[in-house]
Write a protein that binds this ligand. Structure first.
Ligand SMILES: Nc1nc2c(c(=O)[nH]1)N[C@@H](CN(C=O)c1ccc(C(=O)N[C@@H](CCC(=O)O)C(=O)O)cc1)CN2
Length: 361
């Protein structure tokens, strides 16, 4: 079978990435803008070696007949289920107290990808019964102007959650801006007090960052045991990798973080029962990095050139999906995996905030 020998994740993907990024910069969000990660995918492992090295003869037969062995973790359908649950809870809250949860989103500049995410957040709010408020500030706004807008929402009792869409324009100090979101309305969970509490035993943050919370929710809803398991998180960004590692550790996994200075990333990743990859490098994680039977959560959303797609590109994860499918027991697709969970978790955090502020159980 051709696909068993030549992988779509071979070096051709790397070659596509370079010129392509320049062309569409600003159109699709790349984690790379938030994390510094100099790795590039390698072609050191061929697909045929991956499947034959790790599988028993019966599983090879099944992989060959279906070309896919792993269970697909369907983030899109789980996110829908969660949104339905949230909509039901919002009706209960409103009927009992008259309170309608409110979310304020601050968008600075006119990046197309950020505009799309903000529009999607607004639509998702509407669908579940959350009021949304928006502040659109020009690219050349000052930090003070952004902070002034945040302060307005901090003081507005109809707003229960505030988020600043990232990335911010380069001239802004992200830390100053995120620090000015009131901790009790910090539905993105990026405030240092929330992250600090997440990292301490016996303390609980008011909010957990949405993407890592979505990863954990997928593991829970698919019945993946975490306690006592070995987990590897690839990437250590403040908004995904680091909080994901803390969350896994809080659930008693033994956690390693693989990053750009890790000497033997393949070897370490191959020890993991659970892999969460959040580096923003297309197809970095090859099938041979995955321990047979591991559960793989792919946070990367990377555009790669695709002449056959009407848009001229398609989205792929950090993990070479076609290879990993043959080794892992379960895997999230890109798109349709972790991405939809990010917005579902934002709605969940906004609802929790409204309940907490109004002391509703
Ligand atoms: N303040 C924040 N900024 C950013 C966050 C965040 O959590 N808070 N995360 C990302 C962007 N993001 C939400 O803001 C986000 C990214 C991707 C998706 C998603 O559903 N992706 C789809 C594919 C979408 C497509 O086709 O383009 C998927 O993976 O299936 C939702 C939200 C950075 N900024």
């Amino acid at each position: 079978m051709a696909s068993m020998v030549f992988s779509d994740c071979s070096t051709s993907a790397t070659a596509r990435l370079g010129p392509f990024q320049k062309r569409i910069s600003g159109q699709a969000f790349q984690l790379r803008t938030l994390v510094s990660f100099p790795w590039r995918p390698t072609n050191r492992f061929l697909v045929h070696s991956t499947s034959s090295r790790f599988r028993s003869s019966s599983t090879i037969a099944s992989a060959m007949s279906t070309d896919t062995a792993a269970k697909i973790i369907d983030g899109k359908s789980v996110a829908k289920q969660i949104r339905d649950e949230i909509a039901g809870d919002i009706v209960k809250l409103k009927n009992a107290t008259g309170i309608v949860p409110g979310l304020a989103v601050i968008l600075v500049g006119s990046r197309k990808d950020s505009q799309t995410y903000v529009r999607n957040k607004k639509k998702a709010c509407e669908a579940v019964g959350i009021m949304s408020y928006e502040a659109n500030l020009p690219e050349d706004s000052t930090e003070e102007e952004v902070i002034k807008s945040i302060t307005g929402f901090n003081n507005d009792p109809s707003v229960h959650g505030i988020l600043v869409q990232l990335p911010l324009p380069r001239h802004m100090n992200e830390e100053n801006i995120l620090n000015s979101v009131g901790i009790e309305k910090d539905v993105d969970g990026f405030h240092p007090l929330n992250i600090g509490r997440l990292s301490m035993q016996g303390r609980d943050p008011l909010f957990v960052p949405c993407t890592p919370k979505g990863c954990m929710e997928l593991l829970h809803r698919y019945g993946v045991e975490i306690k006592g398991k070995r987990a590897v998180v690839i990437g250590r960004s403040n908004i995904v990798g680091m909080p994901a590692a803390l969350l896994l550790q809080r659930e008693n996994a033994t956690v390693s973080i693989v990053h750009s200075y890790t000497k033997n990333p393949e070897e370490i990743t191959r020890q993991a029962d659970i892999v969460i990859s959040a580096v923003g490098v297309a197809n970095l994680v090859r099938g041979s990095w995955i321990k047979p039977g591991a559960v793989v959560i792919d946070v990367g959303i990377n555009p790669v050139d695709d002449a056959e797609s009407p848009k001229g590109y398609r989205l792929v994860g950090d993990v070479c999906y076609e290879e990993a499918c043959k080794v892992a027991s379960a895997i999230t697709p890109v798109p349709g995996g972790v991405g939809p969970m990010t917005i579902a978790m934002l709605l969940s955090n906004t609802l929790s905030s409204a309940k907490r502020i109004h002391n509703f159980q």
